[in-house]
Design a protein around this ligand. Sequence first.
Ligand SMILES: *Cc1c(COP(=O)(O)O)cnc(C)c1O
Length: 384
Amino acid sequence: MPEKKKGFSTRAIHDGQSADPLTGAVNVPIYASSTYVQEEIGKHKGYEYSRVSNPTRTALEENFASLESGTSAHVFASGMAAITALCTMMQSGDHIVCSDNMYGGTTRLFNQILVRYGLEFSYVDTSNAENVDRAIRPTTKLVHIETPTNPMMALTDIRAVADICHRHGVELSVDNTFMSPYFQRPIELGADLVMHSTTKFLNGHSDGLGGVLVGTTPQHAETFAFVQKCTGGILSPFECWLLLRGVKTLAVRMRQHDANGRKVAEWLQQHSKVNKVFYPGLPDHPQHQLAKRQMSGFGSMISFDLGSLDAANRMLKKVCICSLAESLGGVETLISHPATMTHAAIGEEGRRKLGITDGLVRISVGIEDVEDILADLEDALAAV
Ligand SMILES: *Cc1c(COP(=O)(O)O)cnc(C)c1O
């Protein structure tokens, strides 16, 4: 009989992390070693040089593969380093189809660096799976999506897009940063690859950057290990340890993020100064049914429209518990203004196409006492 798969929290705390064989330490040590002694030529304990592999990193990679239901995971120095590694699977002339509303850094990497190496990109609204089908060409090698999107919180049906990809012999990768594997596991819905900026919910404490690629085939494992070794953009043992520590509380953090997120979204929706709220957990979100089907929670990323730049500015000057900052997914509530911060680079026309208005505010609801978050928002909205 196959061994029954253990629960998510148990795997988050234990997978990849057996007690240290030398001392019994319950936590995987930070192996701060660049190299490893060899007993004789060709005889070693599996580690030779830390760009290639490091025991703290191995523990983390086994843990992530388990949490995302993949067969391998490889961690990199940042989310962008992970996406860059993903794209080294491509060759000049290959074509990639992706969401038209992706993380700005991803679009910048594609349009300003990778196009110079002969890769071609098509940007489509993947919230309608038909658009993906139409965009696939004979040279298409990969479809890369983000769901929900930042900051409009539009969803893509992972299973529908995976079916389309596989009919065409194309692989699907999903940037799962916004939901974390606790609420959404793309591989279980048919995706071939999952990518994260671990900087966000997986780390959860806003104290380190990182990225991961989770694969499902022996070829993924081989390719990404080779890329780590050849390009060197690996995650340091210290950051790996921070992530091992962070991920142990992922389940309890995500449950609290979700509970707070739902309350804040509902509260914002009934507030007279708020024009519109974008959150997949609200029954009037156009893809609420899909959200319930492919996610087991709605998370804590919310955007809302205050009608004008002036209104947003007045509010953001007043917040106190909510910190005005880019990034997301930490225990503390972060609030930001997409038009002038994360989405300044795409220009007015780009923002108009995606529906990002000057009055739009994005909030990553933390796990503080929700009454305090609401009181802070109430005070700040009074200035509008
Ligand atoms: C932050 C982020 C990235 C980039 O990750 P870094 O760790 O900042 O390099 C990629 N995708 C999404 C959805 C993100 O939020």
